[in-house]
Design a protein around this ligand. Sequence first.
Ligand SMILES: NC(=O)c1ccc[n+]([C@@H]2O[C@H](COP(=O)([O-])OP(=O)(O)OC[C@H]3O[C@@H](n4cnc5c(N)ncnc54)[C@H](OP(=O)(O)O)[C@@H]3O)[C@@H](O)[C@H]2O)c1
Length: 266
Amino acid sequence: MKNQTSSSNSTTNGKLKIVVIGGTGLIGTKVVNLLRLQGHEVTPASPSLGINAVTGEGLQEALTGANVVVDVSNSPSFEDKAVMEFFENSNRNLVAAEVAAGVQHHVALSVVGTERLLASGYFRAKMVQENFIKTSPIPYTIVRATQFFEFVGSIAQSATSGDTVRLSPALMQPIFSGDVAEAVAEAALAQPLNGTVEVAGPEAKPIHEIVQIFLTAHQDPRKVVADEAAGYFGTPVNDQSLTPGENPHLGVTSFADWLSRTAPAR
Ligand SMILES: NC(=O)c1ccc[n+]([C@@H]2O[C@H](COP(=O)([O-])OP(=O)(O)OC[C@H]3O[C@@H](n4cnc5c(N)ncnc54)[C@H](OP(=O)(O)O)[C@@H]3O)[C@@H](O)[C@H]2O)c1
């Protein structure tokens, strides 16, 4: 049973005290800025700032007086055992610290299709994270996003052998990190859903095509080959695996616009 919350989920001046776990990361930096722009009291929390959700260092102090905790942290290692330990330990510590601090809303960022990708150790760990959140006494909102535009280079890297990149032609619907951060910030300022929302980019295309467009824009000579057997980081995928369900929130930034801003000019 989740704690009851009400619209009084704020300080007397209507401003919230919000702690952003992973507030120095790609999404976290943007979420911190967006929430500060709206006048809220925002504390970024991460190991480089002396706050470690895995060991618990500095966590209880950081959460003192917090109304909302946003978790956009990520494991420094994606190795199966390391990533599971990261999400298990950080979420166990977060639940305990949030209960002790009387936090009224936990917002976390997860990945679209997590339950369809459990052949991957990373997604098994994200599933464990989601289950911690759903069974904790803290009201919550899970925001599930598709792959970030900024992650497409890593997808290419994971599938490269020599000058060839082998990737599944299954559909992917990637999204700009700035659009993800907007959705996370919006969730943090709304009432807890005790449920999940999905955010995705404006357009779905085959994975191998997206990666080829990215490499071409970066004048990278690698050639991408569509290969059903290659999967996504070796995990089998189909057109439903990485794409959202019905009525996702759609980011406004297209991949082409993002590339025209971020890829080096010829
Ligand atoms: N990549 C994708 O395409 C994708 C798609 C959907 C969802 N997601 C989810 O998005 C989330 C954020 O990803 P991101 O790319 O923004 O991550 P990121 O840039 O790698 O940043 C990771 C953040 O986590 C912090 N961190 C690391 N260890 C920590 C610890 N022990 N305690 C507290 N904070 C810790 C880091 O702090 P320091 O700077 O101090 O090291 C950093 O602020 C992840 O949960 C991921 O599953 C990713």
